[in-house]
Write a protein that binds this ligand. Structure first.
Ligand SMILES: [Zn+2]
Length: 341
């Protein structure tokens, strides 16, 4: 999967390391409070797959997992094998946009401490759970010396994803109300797919690398979506992926490609989550599809960790700048001239 001549543009691969308890919690199932974990099964499994493909990626870790002794040996394997670890918040609550500055500070710094203790590496990248973020969050990341944020998903489909999520879960009306902004609003589709710099109130900047959606049409193509399409037809999945890659190439967008644990593991390997959507597909079939997708991406891109992708973007002479409060794209210049929201 490497490109020894380094002639291809970069694309980054990341995996949100959502654990068994967070899927149970998201689904509204009891028992998640004991933080049941499959990291001891999943991490050796994914490391074997990535090793075979000679691929180094970024794992966004939830601080609560890194805080528990039972997960530390597995998490340490990630950095020992040369992968990057990013911060995926402390408690994996997908409404960081509702948090005060103090609550955000705790979510970031506590997670960071636990991740460092478990992996001996301080994260320089952040992804909010459920793609949640706020201007205060970006300020805190900048103050804490982060290199990039990766929390945005520029798509018009957020509200549709939310409907599907409610439909497959056991929430009361009150719980649904708390989650009413989950996965974003229609206007998130107006955000840029290409990386850019946030211009913050503190007069600093922070690089944003959005989870790449298909340029212009803004529909997601991360692995969970591709696997969903493959249920109807493997040809349809290939066609959709090729369209996504073509659109990225035309618009000169180096993709940031997102994975989740359940994309790479089947209900046969984690029986406790066999009820979850997509878990009826066995692990072997998922791996075949994953390798097919990565082969397709690596025809056009050198696949790297997000940190390497970020450093390469920051070396460019021109990076567009945006102000966090603006929902729409206002500036196409190198330096934004707008006032803050
Ligand atoms: Zn997550």
């Amino acid at each position: 999967m490497t490109d020894p001549q380094n002639t291809k543009p970069l694309a980054s691969i990341s995996l949100d390391l959502d654990n068994q308890w967070s899927y149970m919690k998201t689904h509204g199932d009891p028992g998640w409070e004991d933080f049941p974990s499959y990291l001891d099964i999943f991490i050796p499994h994914v490391l074997e797959v990535l090793g075979r493909l000679n691929l180094k990626i970024t794992f966004f870790i939830v601080g609560q997992d890194a805080a528990l002794d039972k997960n530390r040996d597995s998490l340490k394997l990630l950095t020992e094998n040369g992968h990057e670890v990013g911060n995926h918040s402390l408690n994996h609550e997908p409404w960081l946009h509702l948090y005060s500055a103090d609550e955000i500070k705790r979510e970031i710094t506590k997670a960071e401490e636990h991740i460092f203790r478990a992996t001996c590496e301080k994260p320089v990248g952040f992804r909010g759970p459920g793609f949640s973020w706020s201007p205060a969050l970006l300020e805190m990341l900048s103050q804490n010396g982060y290199l990039y944020d990766a929390s945005t998903l520029p798509t018009f489909l957020g509200p549709i994803a939310r409907i599907y999520y409610f439909w497959t879960s056991n929430f009361t009306e009150e719980e649904k109300n708390k989650r009413k902004e989950l996965f974003g609003s229609f206007t998130d589709g107006m955000r840029s797919v290409k990386p850019y710099q946030w211009q913050l109130n503190s007069q600093t900047t922070l690089l944003e690398i959005p989870v790449t959606t298909i340029p212009i049409i803004k529909t997601p193509f991360h692995l969970s979506y591709l696997l969903y399409l493959s249920r109807f037809s493997a040809t349809l999945m290939s066609l959709y992926l090729k369209t996504a890659i073509t659109m990225c190439r035309i618009t000169r967008t180096g993709p940031s490609f997102l994975l989740h644990p359940l994309d790479l593991i089947g209900g046969d390997q984690v029986p406790d989550l066999a009820f979850f959507p997509g878990m009826d597909v066995d692990g072997q079939r998922k791996l075949e599809l994953f390798e097919k997708v990565l082969r397709e991406l690596s025809k056009c891109y050198t696949l790297v960790k997000m940190k390497d992708h970020a450093e390469s973007i920051l070396k460019r002479k021109k990076i567009r700048t945006r102000i966090p409060g603006h929902k729409t794209i206002k500036s196409h210049q190198n330096h934004a001239t707008h006032t803050s929201p």
